[in-house]
Design a protein around this ligand. Structure first.
Ligand code: PLP
Length: 394
């Protein structure tokens, strides 16, 4: 794998025809260290956000020892990449019975989530009535404070939660309660309110709870979305957790995806055509810009030229490379007004749910992956006074 200082070095030397993924291992390791040092419990990385083996190794080096996996393919990948020392938790509440059996028997997975009696029965069957399980009941909580809802699909409602908690307690060696406040939660209240639901469920069921897992949802920084410091989130969670009616030995877990990997990568794209304020670029809705297209997410952009443009900024939208009208990213993306075909653009903060969403539709696939050593276009973890970009040829 090549290494360059920045996107400019890659554009100048490689003149890439396909989109190039620029990875910043140092940014992933910094995010991992932050969670390991500051989150008041165990942080497990939600592998779905970006399953790259290089990223997994970087997070491991940064101190992340626990991994939230959601499919048998993710179970195998993490085992293969990180070996037996990694702890895997299978936190998808609806799993194939065969996947549970393989995870338990072949990969040492002992923690599973569920949100129904059917899933509990499935886990008991697939593990042959194992007595060494940590089972986490997924509670339905509000996604009101988050940019992407996860409130409809999974989770048991407050009314049915007590019965499921009691039934799970009968089977589990350790009983957990988990939830997910939705992705990119813009205020710590999201967690405070969800922990109130947890309290109500514990009181109603009168069970002993060994694990409280606050899920993912920790935000990253994007244009128009600048969350407060993660430490405020951690404080709110810590206070909420400490006030629950649980024993002193109960554990606090989280499953950050986005916050651990958003800064890890960006994508260098080429402009193939300009039509007024619309740029036709070589990556899009079926590539790493899925969220930019489907949920109108705004990512930071930067024109990558040796001589910086003096033109005023103009708002652009993008079309991706496939023959589909839906391959459209509305933005707006602010770039110098003189951008033209042949120019390269760096689209930042694509480490989470970027590369992970890529398809090969229409024959447009990923190009090279290149390591760069400059800073990401935004950061939750860097001191504010540090410049976020450095322009210089590698
Ligand atoms: N945990 C579970 C169960 C999830 O479904 C997800 C995302 O869908 C995550 C963790 C990661 O969420 P985020 O990337 O918002 O931190």
């Amino acid at each position: 794998m090549h290494t360059h200082h920045s996107a400019l070095g890659v554009a100048a030397t490689l003149r890439p025809v396909q989109p190039v993924t620029l990875v910043r291992p140092h940014a992933a390791r910094r995010a991992a260290r932050f969670f390991v040092e500051k989150f008041p419990g165990t942080s497990m990385y939600a592998v779905k956000a970006n399953p790259s083996p290089e990223l997994l190794r970087e997070l491991w080096a940064g101190g992340i020892t626990h991994y939230d996996v959601a499919s048998i393919a993710e179970v195998r990948l993490v085992r293969q990449t990180l070996g037996d020392a990694a702890t895997l938790c299978f936190m998808h509440p609806v799993k194939a019975e065969e996947a549970i059996a393989e995870a338990y028997l072949d990969h040492g997975v002992r923690t599973f989530s569920l949100d129904s009696r059917e899933e509990l029965d499935k886990i008991v069957r697939a593990t042959n009535g194992a007595t060494d399980l940590t089972l986490c009941v997924r509670l339905r909580v509000s996604s009101d404070y988050s940019k992407l809802s996860l409130a409809s699909k999974f989770g048991v409602g407050v009314d049915e939660a007590p019965a499921l908690l009691l039934a799970t307690r009968q089977v589990a060696d350790a009983l957990g309660i988990c939830f997910h406040v939705g992705s990119q939660a813009m205020t710590p209240h999201a967690y405070g309110n969800a922990l109130e639901r947890v309290r109500a469920a514990i009181v109603a069921a009168a069970v002993t709870v060994d694990v409280v897992d606050v899920g993912g949802g920790f935000p990253s920084v994007y244009p128009g979305m600048e969350p407060t410091d993660l430490e405020h989130y951690f404080d709110t969670i810590h206070r909420g957790f400490e006030s629950l009616p649980i024993s002193y030995s109960a554990e606090l877990w989280a499953e950050p995806g986005r916050a651990l990997c958003a800064e890890y990568s960006s994508v260098l794209v080429r402009v193939e055509k300009r039509r007024d304020d619309v740029l036709y670029i070589n990556d899009g809705a079926y590539g790493s810009l899925f969220d930019a297209a489907h949920v109108a997410w705004r990512f930071p952009v930067k024109l990558v030229r040796e001589k910086e443009s003096a033109a005023r900024p103009l708002n652009f939208s993008f079309y991706g490379p496939t023959c589909d009208d839906m391959d459209h990213m509305a933005g707006p993306f602010a770039l110098p007004a003189d951008v033209q075909a042949g120019d390269y653009i760096e689209v930042g903060m694509l480490g989470a749910y970027g590369a992970a969403m890529r398809t090969g539709f229409n024959g447009f696939t990923a190009g090279d992956t290149v390591t760069v050593t400059d800073e990401p276009m935004a950061s939750l973890y860097m001191p504010a006074e540090q410049p976020s970009t450095v322009v210089e040829i590698a």
